[in-house]
Design a binder for this molecule. Structure first.
Ligand SMILES: Cc1cc2nc3c(=O)[nH]c(=O)nc-3n(C[C@H](O)[C@H](O)[C@H](O)COP(=O)(O)OP(=O)(O)OC[C@H]3O[C@@H](n4cnc5c(N)ncnc54)[C@H](O)[C@@H]3O)c2cc1C
Length: 471
């Protein structure tokens, strides 16, 4: 058999995106997936009771719907339907109504009191031609296509989320809303640069309502796989790659894996110095996740919370900052900040009629095996009294179990490694072309390369471009 152009190890969204980008350029591609099912972080399973379909990892996809690569693929022709909720985010507070993040800046401002204009001034500059800005943000370090836009973004993004929120807003509501968005960074909110993710998540909500994938997040992987196969690419599941020599002959190998697996599998095919640099890669904190089968919608004190695909549960900026500071210092927060998703409120395929699925996770120290069920449910109960009475069944996944589920989640870290200012663009190591390695046949294409975690496929896309240059 003639040698393949490329073998991709792993079928997460980045592995599949890389394979699609290569196949579209006419390359012959084989994807090898260790699990019995494709998808990596985009799988859906009946984790609790029959008929309740839970997203095992990713749930809500602002970066998926806005991904410059996915947008040009026509994934709807391959079965992917994005369902848009009325609001992207709800942020319940103890004393008063929840804050809602709507597509409309004006409508969002109505819930922010005196900070309405400040919110508009914060996100407004990024809303003319947002897709051009996203092309620069979801890319490796390079001369930006829109330098002025990027400069403007960078001047705000360089702040810590904590500082930007305090400087920019006067009231608790806008500060909390911004902190909830910045909390996705899995970094302490006092760290410089953490405003970046707060800004990205805030302005993208005004471009697209953060959607869920109809049927479950696995629809994203299945659409990519269907497209790949239509282009002549092949996928084999149940093939865990342990050594380079076991791979079929190919001109390039792309690893949709963690850097430590790349080093281990490639072994002597990579110089010892490069492997030592990979070994210094920082993975960061993990997550503890709960999935629930519920006998109805979550009884939020403010029922408008049911309009949002994502609910940031954690109260004020100060509280969220304390939670994230604790977990980064290796402590389990007493009142953890939660990212809670309500897919079944918008997608009736997820649960039996009248019932709901529930999904929430909090950040925990690296490798934690602690069961945080009590703390997580207490936080939901705080803003939705009677929530516990709705629970029919639950499924808990501590950080340590996430690594067993997917070896890419080292220590339970879910986004491919720490994305602070030191490691965001130098992932996995500082290198002009971060996807390439010193071995011209081997590449990394996972979330441990720029632009980092999330279901957008851009790491895979850029890795494929690097491969195509050499092929
Ligand atoms: C709990 C949780 C919630 C999340 N929520 C969201 C969200 O709401 N929105 C969002 O955009 N992102 C979310 N993410 C992050 C997102 O899932 C990841 O950033 C994304 O899946 C990374 O894609 P990837 O292709 O780089 O790697 P993965 O998705 O991790 O895929 C890697 C694949 O490679 C396979 N593999 C690994 N090693 C080998 C080997 N040696 N041989 C063969 N196969 C191998 C694995 O089995 C896996 O299928 C979440 C993640 C988790 C865990």
């Amino acid at each position: 058999m003639a040698a393949l152009d490329a073998v991709v190890v792993g079928s997460g969204p980045n592995g599949l995106a890389a394979a699609v980008a290569l196949a579209r350029a006419g390359a012959s591609v084989l994807v090898l997936e260790g699990d019995d099912e494709i998808g990596g972080g985009t799988r859906t399973a009946e984790l609790t009771l029959p008929g309740f379909h839970h997203d095992v990892c990713s749930a809500v996809h602002p970066m998926g719907i806005l991904s410059p690569f996915f947008r040009e693929l026509g994934l709807s022709d391959h079965g992917l339907t994005w369902i848009r909720p009325p609001a992207s985010v709800a942020h319940p507070l103890d004393d008063g109504d929840a804050v809602l993040l709507y597509r409309s800046v004006e409508r969002t401002g109505e819930g922010l009191g005196a900070d309405a204009r400040a919110w508009s001034r914060l996100v407004g500059p990024f809303l003319d031609e947002p897709h051009r800005l996203l092309e620069d943000l979801l890319a490796p370090l390079r001369v930006p296509g829109s330098p002025l836009r990027m400069l403007r973004f960078g001047l705000r993004a360089a702040f810590s989320a904590n500082r930007l929120a305090r400087l920019w807003f006067r009231g608790e509501r806008a500060r909390a809303l911004f902190a909830g968005c910045a909390g996705h960074s899995i970094l302490p909110l006092g760290q410089p640069g953490t405003a970046a993710l707060g800004l990205i998540f805030s302005f993208t909500a005004h471009v697209e309502d953060w959607p869920v994938a109809r049927g479950g997040s696995h629809a994203i992987a299945r659409a990519l796989a269907s497209l790949l196969e239509s282009l002549g690419g092949r996928i084999e599941t149940g093939v865990r790659v342990e050594r380079l020599v076991d791979l079929p002959e190919s001109r390039a190998v792309l690893f949709d894996t963690s850097p430590d697996q790349l080093a281990r599998i490639a072994g002597d095919a990579l110089p010892a110095g490069y492997r030592r640099r990979l070994a210094r890669y920082r993975y960061g904190p993990g997550v503890f996740k709960l999935d629930w089968a519920l006998d109805g919608p979550i009884p939020w004190r403010d029922p408008r919370c049911l309009e949002a695909s994502t609910v940031h549960v954690g109260g004020s900026l100060e509280e969220i900052a304390a939670s994230e500071r604790d977990m980064y210092r290796g402590r389990h927060a007493d009142r953890p900040y939660l990212i809670l998703c309500q897919q079944s409120d918008f997608d009736d395929t997820r649960a039996p009629a009248g019932r709901r699925t529930g999904y929430a996770y909090c950040h925990v120290p690296h490798g934690s095996s602690l069961d945080r069920t009590q703390a997580v449910e207490a936080q939901v109960e705080r803003f939705a009294p009677g929530f516990r009475d709705r629970i029919l069944a639950r499924h808990a996944t501590p950080a340590s179990a996430f690594q067993r589920y997917n070896p890419n989640y080292v220590g339970g870290a879910i986004t491919g490694g720490v994305a602070d200012v030191f490691q965001l663009f130098t992932r996995p190591v500082a290198r002009l072309d971060p996807y390439s390695t010193p071995n011209p046949r081997l590449y990394l294409c996972s979330a441990s390369t720029p632009p980092g975690g999330g279901v957008h496929g851009m790491c895979g896309y850029w890795a494929a471009r690097s491969v195509l240059k050499r092929l």
